[in-house]
Structures are given as structure tokens and as C-alpha cells.
Design a protein around this ligand. Sequence first.
Ligand code: KIV
Length: 267
Amino acid sequence: MPDKKITLTTLRNMKQAGEKFACLTAYDATFARLLDDAGVEVVLVGDSLGMVVQGQESTLPVTMDEMIYHTHNVSRGCSNSLVLADMSFMSYATPDQAMFNAGRLMAEGHAHAVKLEGGAVMVETVKQLTAHGIPVCAHLGLLPQSVNKLGGYRVQGKEAEAANTILQDSMAMQEAGADLLLFECIPSSLAAEITSKVDIPVIGIGAGVDCDAQVLVLHDMLGITPGKRPKFSKNFMEEAGSIQQAISNYVKEVKAGTFPGLEHSFS
Ligand code: KIV
């Protein structure tokens, strides 16, 4: 890792230069330090902590206080990585609520940017947050906080109309001032098309190799999540002798464009 703080400008420059960057989740200072040392550009404090830390069935029970607690711990472990933190379920249902809670995540949690789920419906919120100096990552495609509405964790954007909605949502988010997009579980061809159309960096998970960056849940890529590994993930511990080596291999594979392979992607 170059001994230099990663900023949104760094990530935009990397996109322009066609250089891929790596993102992984962390929930505590020790793992955050390992990711920072391995050159992971973006450390995501995901509300996946509901499942992998708290043992909940979904991300919905996670509170803003818990997000702030874990984000502050992660921020202490990061010297160079950009710390991106999730807004918890229903913490951004109105623009005013979003301003209050995102402000806490930045001021008390020491996040550098916040992530929220949703497209066109979030335009006003994203406009207000970014106008007040809060960088936003818009999470599109499979939205885990809407799992009850979606009827399960399914690939999104397979039909032409749904694909067009994701494209329009992406453009609307960029227009509203979002600094990053994150696509979860959408067809690779759709992710590739939108990534080439937008100026802001796109992070993918189950969205194919052509996104500007990749993210995985740390516990999935270390092979310690109980149950079946999601198709889009890979157990990097299988060929590594240590956690440090697994993280370093992930960074190398993301940057080289060898992860994700077709077997981790959707068509
Ligand atoms: O909460 C999380 O870890 C996430 C990733 C799945 C992208 O949002």
C-alpha cells in the first residue's frame, strides 16, 4: 500500500486510469488494520455485521448506535484506507433523518463516506447529504434492507425493464451528487454497461469483473461464514497459509481482474 491516505479523488483517478481498487468489510480495529496494511483501498463497515457479528437473520435489526460503535472501532485501525459505513435500516427514511444520522456516522463514527440503499427515491436525500459535505455511496441492485419486499436474496435486473430501472437509478444517483455506486447481484453485462457510462467509481459484489472495484464480506472470503458460501464469493483461505496472505491474494486478484471469475458472476 502506498503510504498515502485514500480519498474519493484517489478512487476517481484510479477509475480514469483504468486501475481497479479493492474493498472488504471490517467491523473491528484489528481486522481493519490488516486490511489497511494489505492495501485495501476502501474498508466497508457493512450492516452485514447484523449477520456475521450479531448472528441476526438479516441486516434489519442493526441500529445506528451499533453502526457508529463499529465504525469508530474500524476507523482506529485504518491509517490509509477510506472508511465507508452503512446507514442502518430506516435511519434515512426522510432527508432530515438521513442528515442527522449520516452526520453522526461521520462525526462520532469517523466515517469518510456513508452508504445507503436505493435509487430514484433517494435523490432528494443524496442531494442534501452531498450538498452538506457528506460523501454518499448509492447501493443498487439487490438491496438487503428490502429483503422482505423482494421476497429473498435474488439476482436483480435480469429482465429488460428492471435492468433499465437500475441504469436510470444509477444516472439519477450520479446526477444527485453520489460519489460512488455499489451494485449487488446484477448481471455482469448490465454492470459493465453502467460502469462505462458513469464517471463515478462503481464497486461490485456479484456484478462481474468489469466494475471499477470489488467488495466481499470478510467472513465469506475467509471461509468462516457458517452454511453455504454465496456464488459470488470465494474462499481465499483455501490457498493461503494465513489471514494476511488471503487478504493480500484478494487484493492482487481484484487489481489483476482475475477475481471475480465467471463462476462468481451472473448473466
Ligand atoms: O453490509 C454489507 O456488508 C454490504 C456488502 C454486502 C456490500 O453492504
